[in-house]
Design a binder for this molecule. Structure first.
Ligand code: TA6
Length: 295
């Protein structure tokens, strides 16, 4: 662990130079370097708050127990902030384990925990359900795996949404195509939340904010200038959000810098956000992603 207080982070490096950095604040992955440590794969705003003062603008924020603005009223999450409290809570570092998968490719797993008693008073009051989260971040030579384990520690059932708000770094958004979602139904939040069906690749020439639902196959691919750049593989999660704020929204976010960096990022966010996952007392949900860097 490096640093102290809310800006403390865990850094892990493989013998071949790949690395990952995770803030205890929100268990937010803020850096993932592949290619021997030469290639940063995640976008992080130059004005991202890394001191615990607000959710990190970039990396992989953890969204739980609600995605987006919560239901207006009458739902247990109604008085939670947008995207819930996990990304703005102080998680515990539970430990690190390394494994020699084969002689030349090993991996390191970092575990983080967040429990009911670890969230703020207001979050606890807003969502008074007993839960336990264990978030595992596994760095391998060419991939990063992030998996959540949600346990219902209470006496009653509860329901939740979960999403990994991954900011992928790209060279030039105008040369990006996102594949693997052809024919999938999506809610277009830029077009009044109307429902559409994806035809062909996704290209980004303006603000994009789409919730793709119940996707039949598990891999979403990001291709840059004709070269495959990332595979984002879902594990037990049915949905994927694709988001780029474009120039106006980028300017409007105080912690999004530099303004024109919308050209160098795209969010591909795996999750279970269409409806609610229900957990009975003592039940566990597990799901997440493996991002493969193909460079
Ligand atoms: O994931 C896309 C989205 O829901 C957008 O609608 C936008 O709100 C984005 O998340 C960022 O939300 P934040 O609360 O991090 O500013």
């Amino acid at each position: 662990i490096e640093g102290s207080g809310d800006s403390s982070k865990v850094v892990a490096t493989l013998p071949s130079g790949e690395s990952v950095e995770v803030l205890l604040f929100g268990a937010t992955v803020t850096s993932w370097k592949s290619n021997g440590g030469k290639t940063e794969n995640l976008w992080l705003s130059e004005k991202a708050a890394l001191d615990g003062s607000k959710a990190v603008r970039g990396g992989v924020p953890v969204v739980f127990p609600v995605f987006g603005p919560p239901p207006k009223s009458g739902h247990p999450t109604s008085s939670l902030p947008q995207h819930g409290f996990a990304r703005t809570s102080r998680w515990e570092f539970l430990g690190k384990s390394t494994s020699e998968d084969t002689v030349d490719s090993n991996s390191v797993k970092l575990d983080f925990g967040l429990y009911s008693k670890g969230v703020s008073e207001e979050a606890r009051k807003a969502w008074p359900l007993d839960f336990g989260l264990v978030y595992s971040v596994t760095l391998s030579k060419d991939s990063l795996q992030t998996i959540i384990n949600v346990r219902n520690e209470g006496e009653t059932s509860f329901e939740f949404q979960f999403l990994l708000h991954t900011y992928l770094k790209v060279n030039d958004i105008s040369k990006v195509a996102i594949n693997g979602l052809t024919g999938v139904s999506y809610i277009d939040k830029v077009l009044d939340a109307s429902t559409h069906s994806q035809s062909g690749s996704i290209t980004i020439t303006g603000e994009v904010d789409r919730v793709y639902q119940s996707i039949p196959q598990d891999t979403t691919s990001v291709v840059e200038d004709g070269t495959p750049r990332f595979d984002v593989v879902r594990d037990n999660l049915p949905d994927t959000v694709v988001w780029n704020p474009w120039v106006e929204k980028a300017k409007a976010m105080g912690d999004f810098a530099p303004d024109e960096d919308y050209k160098h990022m795209v969010c591909v966010e795996v999750g279970a956000v269409n409806g609610w996952q229900k957990l009975e007392k003592g039940e566990v949900f597990e799901g997440g992603q493996t991002i493969k860097s193909l460079l």
